[in-house]
Design a protein around this ligand. Structure first.
Ligand SMILES: Nc1ncnc2c1ncn2[C@@H]1O[C@H](COP(=O)(O)OP(=O)(O)O)[C@@H](O)[C@H]1O
Ligand SMILES: Cc1ncc(COP(=O)(O)O)c(N)n1
Length: 265
């Protein structure tokens, strides 16, 4: 037996059968960073490398049963929340997290797929703001999600301040959707702007980049990194996965999240 215990991250997320986003992206990312993912499926989706065709949330009772079974057995070092699909599922995750306060929570407020297609049939914003953001350590909206959640804010800074006032410890707004030649990600924490990260935009459209970045962030935090340190490392990890993306279908490219750990590539 190996006595070394890897950091454990419990992920709440949906399944993407093309393997580019969702729970598979989370498993690949966390595993290649030396963490052990415990995965609670919130929804099944029918999607390809282009877009989402449909999805079905899982039974809430059964989702809670999945999570409780693991939480009563395994010590978890961080939570990551991705696709939540319904208000009912958000309520259940909120109730679960109440019993595990103090464990860092990385929340990627997924509402739609990057390539197109809703990943919820109802408006989740009120449930996000009332139930998940107050228990979040780091929220990772892309700039569109930040503006949707904070619809009355007139700048990204105002969005971030609003998210922190709701209870998020840190806000990382990602700029993958901005279409500028340079991608700018911005980090706020402790009610103030902390840092801006610029990187060259690689040509192409990529599937599951937000899932990869937020899982990597949860992984580094589970390893004990500070939030600012984890943000830097997670961006480097994501950049490498995107740089090594492969064309598997006719739509978006799929980042190679194993490129990090494999010397053969
Ligand atoms: N074309 C790209 N070139 C380089 N990095 C990218 C590219 N697209 C995304 N990324 C990286 O992945 C991160 C997350 O992607 P983004 O599209 O912002 O999130 P989401 O998938 O949640 O919409 C970006 O902040 C950036 O660091
Ligand atoms: C099951 C699932 N979860 C999340 C996303 C969003 O992915 P992205 O990282 O491209 O925003 C997705 N397309 N499918």
């Amino acid at each position: 037996m190996n006595e070394m215990r890897p950091p454990v991250v419990m992920v709440f997320a949906g399944h993407d059968p093309c393997g580019g986003a969702g729970i598979q992206a989370d498993i690949e990312t966390l595993t290649s960073l030396g963490c052990h993912p415990c995965t609670v499926i919130t929804a099944l989706t029918a999607q390809d490398t282009h877009c989402v065709r449909d999805f079905q949330p899982v039974s809430v009772t059964f989702m809670v049963e999945q999570a409780r079974a693991v939480l009563e057995d395994v010590r978890v070092d961080a939570f990551k929340i991705g696709m939540t699909a319904s208000v009912e599922i958000i309520e259940a995750i909120h109730t679960l997290l109440q019993d595990y306060a103090g464990i860092p929570v990385v929340f990627d407020p997924v509402m739609a797929a990057g390539g197109g297609g809703a990943l919820s049939k109802e408006n989740l914003i009120e449930a996000f703001t009332d139930l998940l953001i107050p228990v979040t350590t780091v929220i990772t909206p892309n700039s569109l999600e930040a503006k949707l959640i904070c619809s009355d804010a007139d700048s990204l800074d105002a969005c971030a301040q609003q998210l922190m006032a709701l209870g998020a410890g840190y806000v990382l707004v990602t700029g993958g959707h901005d279409k500028s030649p340079e991608i700018i990600n911005r980090l706020w924490g402790h009610r103030q702007f902390l840092e801006e990260y610029k990187q060259k935009r690689l040509p192409g459209d990529f599937h599951g980049t937000g899932c990869t970045l937020s899982s990597a962030l949860a992984g580094y935090i589970a390893h004990g990194a500070s939030v600012a340190g984890a943000v830097r490392e997670a961006q480097a990890y994501t950049a490498k996965a995107i740089h090594n993306s492969r064309r598997l279908g006719m739509g978006q490219l799929i980042p190679d999240r194993l490129a990090w750990s494999s010397k053969a590539r």
